[in-house]
Ligand binder design. Structure first.
Ligand code: PMP
Length: 409
């Protein structure tokens, strides 16, 4: 029966991680997988997460292993929504246009949104940035929506390519098509649109009748500021009360809760549907999809996020933890840049400093990536993407020399 099965390719980030773990060289460096590491190269449970865990442990709530509602934990969802949609001075995100459900982290939010669109709006096509987080392709393929790509990255300029993006979408996209957008810290390039470009993007989506689908996996982790990293989403929200869009929110990186699978999907509906209860209808349909897929999201991670976000004091501490993580990453960008410049490594390296978030798109070719792994036991994706957080004071010199070697030969 199963003899006809072909073997799909392994997910690259996890395959590279496996190859790194199997390597016995004492010099090996893991710049593959997108997880935060300390300067000692170790995982880091956020201090505020440990505090919240201790508090939850002391509370010893007898209901702590009960089922959540199908929709998820409502207080968590309100806090999660406000984190994205509320701006300074205005504490709560407007909720009457937004339907929110708890998901199996960011991946689950992307998938639930894709399934919802596929079932109910049947978009002709989803436009995915090229390059992107590779799972976007898998998610939309499994949801059964035809895919197109838009040329996100200007290889020569090492930046977001607004001109070709706008041209592609203007010429080829049709009303009702979906556009996947990385809200901040684009994975894998680390190159984001400027605020002016986001403004043009919102106008384009509105004019063409496209449905924006934001993937928000790095809020607060990218710049260190929760507000700054969700600016684009708030712009779309206030730009046009008729604009309908999706936000897939992950707490994996900004709370370091990778394995706990905490996240949410927010669907912003048009203000025109307020009187007829459109957002409630969206919510009910999302809940019925959730029920048929996995009944409800897990509760441990969302419990931790809720405990932190509902307490002003813990929230302050969370911001400090975010700044510590994003600060270390920025320091490592600088350290790698300084060493490459000191070595006079051929090429320009300013993009390592200007890119934002966990990743840097180094510009190394596939052959150079192969060579650096073979010769120097440095692991990264074949696109040349490195996870900056795998760098530390003890290995950055070694990595710079390894890059220098493969660039010269
Ligand atoms: N989107 C992007 C762009 C990501 O980089 C990631 C994490 N690698 C995710 C979504 C989802 O991660 P998770 O499912 O752990 O929330």
């Amino acid at each position: 029966r199963f003899t006809t099965l072909s073997v799909p390719p392994a997910d690259e980030a996890f395959a590279v991680n496996g190859a790194y773990l199997a390597d016995t060289s004492p010099d090996k460096v893991n710049l593959g997988i997108g997880v935060y590491r300390t300067d000692e190269g170790r995982p880091w449970p956020l201090r505020v997460v440990e505090r919240a865990e201790n508090q939850l442990h002391e509370e010893h709530d007898a209901a702590r292993h009960e089922y959540l509602a199908i929709r998820g934990d409502v207080e968590f969802l309100d806090l999660a929504r406000d984190l994205v949609f509320a701006s300074a001075g205005d504490k709560e995100g407007s909720d009457d246009r937004i339907a929110s459900v708890q998901t199996v982290s960011g991946t689950g939010a992307n998938r639930l949104g894709a399934d919802f669109l596929a079932q109910h709006l049947r978009p002709g096509r989803v436009w995915i940035p090229e390059p992107t987080w590779s799972n976007h392709h898998a998610i939309w393929t499994f949801a059964g929506v035809a895919r197109g790509t838009y040329p996100y990255y200007d290889v020569a300029g090492k930046c977001f390519d607004w001109v070709r993006t706008a041209q592609t979408l203007n010429e080829q996209a049709s009303p009702g098509d979906v556009v996947v957008l990385h809200a901040c810290a684009h994975n894998p390039t680390g190159a984001d649109p400027s605020k002016e470009q986001w403004e043009k993007f919102a106008a384009l989506c509105q004019a063409k009748g496209l449905i924006p689908f934001f993937d928000l996996a790095y809020q607060g982790f990218a710049s260190g500021s929760v507000e700054e990293d969700s600016w684009a989403i708030r712009h779309f929200f206030h730009y046009q009360p008729q604009l309908e869009f999706f936000v897939a929110q992950s707490f994996s990186k900004n709370f370091g809760l990778y394995g706990q699978r905490a996240g949410a999907l927010h669907v912003v509906t048009s203000s025109a549907g307020l009187s007829t209860g459109v957002s409630q209808a969206v919510l009910a349909n999302l809940c019925s999809l959730v029920r048929g897929e996995y009944s409800m999201a897990p509760r441990r991670g969302s419990e931790i996020v809720k405990t932190v976000l509902r307490s002003p004091d813990m929230r302050r501490q969370w911001h400090e933890d975010l700044q510590l993580m994003s600060g270390r990453i920025k320091a490592m960008r600088q350290a790698l840049y300084d060493r490459l410049v000191a070595l006079q490594t051929p090429g320009t390296w300013e993009h390592i400093l200007s890119q934002i978030g966990m990743f840097s798109y180094t510009g190394l070719s596939e052959n150079q990536v192969f060579a650096i792994t073979q010769r120097h036991h440095v692991y990264l994706l074949k696109s040349g993407r490195i996870s900056i957080s795998g760098l530390n004071e003890s290995n950055v010199d070694y990595v710079a020399r390894a890059i220098d070697d493969v660039v010269r030969t």
